[in-house]
Design a protein around this ligand. Structure first.
Ligand code: SAH
Length: 494
């Protein structure tokens, strides 16, 4: 069952509460606070309820429940300790199309009362639909401690200024920026310090400030490898403030889901075959949106400065006078190593680590293969899986030991992560046998032996011990691929 959340105006509206115990008391208190005209039906009342009746805040019917009372109320709360009575009230209310809440009975209830964080005029309500009230309560406690009480004053101030803000900033994006400064800048700080008059003055002068026609900007944000938990807080804030998000294909849907709902999302993924956005077009898009006064987030997989062309984009922005910031992200090498249980350096196995991308076409190959082939160092290789065979033969050709272990991490940190392990001599063969696809990161070096023992995330590594089928077996596997894809097709042709 999925509930439709609703905030109801009960001021001067009649509500019937059946029951006069402690639970009824809590319900009545909240209803009175909302300005409802509450009638309590119960033979006995708690002292507090009785006090309210005596003060005239509450009407009281001590006699047995009468169906006719339902005809004049908007809502009903059944809070007796007798399940049959509660069920009867719920049924009668239902027949009249009245919403009824039966205390501690999600099934009989047609409305639920959420756990509430009150920062009036701001209200945050949490409901588990009666399924896990303790969880809702726990969340409420957390939010209570997170949200300053001055939020209410902030909301009130914003409400007062709203008509003028609308006039001053006719563009939605500029308006939102102003609100954000209002809500997170000096005005909010003053309110937190209880300096309301100063806060009001600061807000007024910000509104009068002629310079306030904020210009657009670009934040280059590293989205990390996929697990949204690996996004930085600064990255999250940038996503929350974005008007436009230009993201790569590699950015996971889970990360994108964290961005502001109404931010425009534009995929600029460069994918061979399908649509193709050139680097120049990406530059042009950043410029266009920033010049229109929007806050652009350029969201990249991993870290923007590690094989992400972030440098080129900044050079372009600098040349065009667009203000920018950079928020680093967790690069694939670090994430894949962590999520495969492979430390990149280790006192016994590797004193250095190299991040490299292997473009094995001769024209692009400027790598010092002899240096890369030395032992006791870790190579973290970013690349298409199609490059593995060439990589393997180059390294072997320059003397790296055939027994050097590797861990090939596909979809690192994501739910569908796979880790294939083996030795350098088996690298391309094992990748093909398991139909490893992009994105995949290769960790090659002595440290990779630890993948077998230190793995903690996702499926266990596909290690040689489990499914070593040797060269001949591998060839058979290739003829019956697990997953048909480009790598296998290429292998067939080879
Ligand atoms: N800027 C990115 C790298 C972009 S290059 C970063 O810092 O991570 C793209 C390559 O990164 C892919 O071909 C793959 O080798 C690697 N990669 C990115 N995300 C990955 C992931 N979740 N799992 C494995 N490899 C990944």
């Amino acid at each position: 069952m999925k509930l439709y959340p609703l905030f109801v105006d009960l001021s001067h509206r009649a509500v019937l509460v059946v029951g006069g115990g402690a639970v009824a008391e809590r319900k009545v208190a909240a209803l009175l606070e909302a300005g409802a005209q509450v009638t309590v039906n119960a033979p006995e009342l708690t002292p507090l309820l009785r006090g309210w009746v005596e003060q005239g805040a509450l009407a009281h019917h001590p006699e047995p429940f009468r169906e006719a009372w339902l005809d004049r109320v908007w809502l009903v709360v059944a809070a007796t300790s007798d399940r049959a009575t509660n069920a009867l009230i719920a049924e009668l209310a239902g027949l009249r199309r009245l919403f009824v809440n039966v205390v501690d009975d999600a099934q009989l209830s047609s409305f639920h009362v959420p756990a509430v964080i009150d920062r009036a005029p701001l209200t945050i309500a949490i409901s588990s639909g009666g399924q896990a009230p303790m969880l809702a309560r726990l969340l409420r406690e957390r939010l209570e401690s997170l949200l300053d009480h001055s939020l209410g004053a902030l909301a009130t101030l914003a409400a007062r200024l709203r008509p003028r803000i609308r006039l001053r900033f006719t563009q939605a994006a500029a308006r939102r920026r102003f609100y954000e400064t209002l809500f997170s800048g000096p005005v909010a700080t003053l309110l937190r310090q209880g300096r309301e008059a100063e806060a009001r003055r600061a807000a007024e002068s910000a509104l009068a400030d002629e310079e306030n026609t904020a210009a657009g900007s670009v934040v280059l944000v590293g989205a990390g490898p996929g697990d949204p938990g690996l996004l930085t807080l600064r990255g999250l804030r940038a996503l929350n403030g974005a008007d436009v998000i230009l993201h790569d294909r590699l950015v996971s849907a889970d990360v994108l889901a964290l961005a502001r709902r109404d931010a425009e999302r534009i995929e600029v993924g460069k994918q061979a075959g399908r649509h193709y956005v050139t680097q120049q077009q990406i530059h042009a898009l950043m410029l266009e949106h920033a010049r229109a006064g929007r806050r652009v987030v350029r969201l990249k997989g991993g870290d923007p400065f590690v094989f992400g062309r972030g440098g080129e984009e900044l050079e372009f922005l600098r040349a065009h006078g667009i203000p920018y910031e950079v928020v680093p992200g967790i690069t694939a090498a670090l994430a894949c190593a962590a999520y495969a249980g492979v430390p990149l350096t280790h006192r016994d196995h590797a004193q250095s680590v190299r991040l490299l991308t292997a473009h094995c076409q001769v024209s692009h190959d400027t790598l010092d293969w002899a240096a890369l082939a030395q032992e006791n160092q870790t190579l973290a290789v970013y690349m298409g899986v199609g490059e593995l065979a060439t990589l393997q033969s180059r390294l072997l050709g320059h003397g790296r030991a055939p027994a050097t272990p590797f861990a090939l991490v596909e979809n690192g940190s994501r739910a569908d992560q796979r880790v294939v392990t083996g030795t350098l001599a088996q690298l391309a063969g094992r990748a093909a046998a398991h139909a490893v696809r992009s994105p995949a990161l290769l960790i090659l070096g002595e440290v990779a032996t630890l993948a077998g023992s230190l793995a903690w995330f996702g499926a266990p590594p596909l290690g040689a011990g489990i499914d070593d089928f040797g060269e001949a077996g591998m060839a058979a596997r290739v003829r019956q691929p697990v997953r048909q894809d480009g790598v296998l097709a290429a292998l067939h042709q080879a």
